[in-house]
Design a binder for this molecule. Sequence first.
Ligand SMILES: [Fe+2]
Ligand SMILES: [Fe+2]
Length: 332
Amino acid sequence: MSPSISAAQLQALQDSLLNSSGNVPLHDRFRSLFTLKSLKNEDAIKIISKGFQDPSALLKHELAYCLGQIKNTSALPVLESVLRNPSEDPMVRHEAAEAMGAISASHSIPILKEYLSDPDRSVRETCEIAIAKIEWDKTEEGAKNDETLKNETHIPLYTSIDPAPATSGLLAGAPRPGDVSQTDIDELRDQLLDKKRSLFERYRAMFALRNIGSPAAVDALAAGFSDDSALFKHEIAFVFGQLLSPHSVPCLVQILQNGSESDMVRHEAAEALGGIATPEVLPHLKEWVEREDAPVVVRESCQVALDMWEYENSGDFQYANGLETPEAITVA
Ligand SMILES: [Fe+2]
Ligand SMILES: [Fe+2]
């Protein structure tokens, strides 16, 4: 159920998200975005859609992510126009395609197919995964999974709509780490790293390992950072941002510090570190928020991550502006 909100509050959220005054800090705009996302209604979709005029690729990719998570087909036209815009940042176009996969409308498939040969590798790989997801959602297993998720007695480990479902057998009601053997983890690791498999299948192993969540599963996921696909690596960092395991800190710090790593991967590492929020991550986030050679998206991610770090260490009950539950802190 979405929280109720007055017209004045809605206007204030819009003003904050769109930075109408010109001096709203980026992290406050993010908080407003997560509040809007939690409303899950047409008003929120309209306001979020207005943000695509902004110069910040980081903000815009988050807008696209939130539109996907709201899972309403009324967001499809704006997402399609973002994907179709060749001058838009590839990270934003990637997130638009992924959001189309999250919304899962059959009529998005031909549009996504048009971009399977996009000049940007992350965009075409996202389209490939999104098509496979929409098709999987229509299978018997997909329909059954959807029913489980809708069942009110089912308490999901993670509330996000993932770009791929966990490997069969590890879908809903994920097993506890104690129920999973090292052999199971090794098998999932092999599936994750097997380049002969489709990206969709490899993503399925990734989300299965996330659901297991033990240090051994984190190690298996971290092995994926040796891949040459920025998209694949950024998704592992995203999953680490959901898992919030201190065990993943060393490899995330290494990625943030690596100037030759793709911005998209470093951005996701920074935000994951902000969520994990242990004391040792703070100097790294501070370093990259200040460094002059930091790519804009990395610097802005560190700015948002520092806000997350402070929230996690403050004992505040709510991250978003007054309405959202703490789970919303997972950023894309
Ligand atoms: Fe992404
Ligand atoms: Fe992201």
